[in-house]
Design a protein around this ligand. Structure first.
Ligand code: ADP
Ligand code: MG
Length: 205
């Protein structure tokens, strides 16, 4: 296959990934907001929608770059537009993926890059797995990738598993035991992103 064809295919994939994730999050904004109304301040859907609308507004710029650069520029857009606790954390996640992924990553590359990105989110959020946050989806997804299991199934299951957890970080932690019994909004948005990425890649294969 010609090198140019490969490049064009990769750019099409980068575009499909960014567009797919943005639309899935925007389509689920009301659900994310409802989850955040239960245990936070009810802005997670609005925050994420604002961020991904800004990403779509600059889609040609983001998607015109090689995948690692595209991830960095999406991350910067999220930092600037999402706000709240989740904006800088998702920004850190995407920017670290961009810094650590090779241009044409395989599954192992994605697993090790996601491990680095999770560490960066933990450092930024002074948080860890088990505290009812997005990390409780991202870490099981990373483990599934590393073990050759389906990351989308792991993500959906892990988001469900935040329901009985007690929040120890973020606004939901102010509720103490009253945070138990609700899915963490950031866990749900992370699961939506992972499910979309696996859908897009699966459709292409
Ligand atoms: P805010 O809490 O400022 O209103 P959002 O509602 O947009 O911000 O995002 C809330 C989500 O961010 C939570 O559901 C949780 O998953 C995630 N989160 C909050 N604080 C942290 C943290 N310290 N580490 C990891 N994730 C966090
Ligand atoms: Mg909130």
């Amino acid at each position: 296959m010609q090198a140019e064809t490969l490049t064009a295919m990769d750019q099409a994939l980068t575009r499909a990934l960014i567009e797919g994730v943005a639309h899935r999050i925007i389509d689920h904004a009301a659900e994310l907001t409802a989850l955040d109304q239960a245990i936070g301040d009810g802005d997670h859907g609005v925050n994420m929608k604002r961020g991904f609308e800004a990403v779509l507004a600059d889609l040609d710029t983001h998607a015109g770059k090689p995948l690692p650069e595209a991830l960095k520029s999406v991350g910067m857009a999220l930092v600037m537009k999402v706000g709240g606790a989740s904006g800088p954390l998702y920004g850190t996640l995407f920017m670290t993926l961009g810094k650590t992924l090779p241009a044409e990553p395989g599954r192992d590359d994605v697993a090790s890059s996601l491990a680095a990105a999770i560490d960066a989110v933990k450092a930024r959020g002074k948080s860890d797995v088990g505290q009812k946050t997005m990390l409780d989806v991202l870490a099981p997804v990373q483990a599934a990738l590393a073990a050759g299991r389906d990351p989308a199934a792991a993500a959906i299951e892990a988001a469900e598993a935040t329901v009985p957890m007690k929040a120890l970080r973020g606004r939901a932690s102010f509720l103490g035991d009253r945070s138990i019994g609700h899915m963490d909004p950031g866990a749900r948005s992370s699961a939506l992103m992972v499910a979309t990425i696996t859908d897009v890649i699966g459709r292409r294969a």
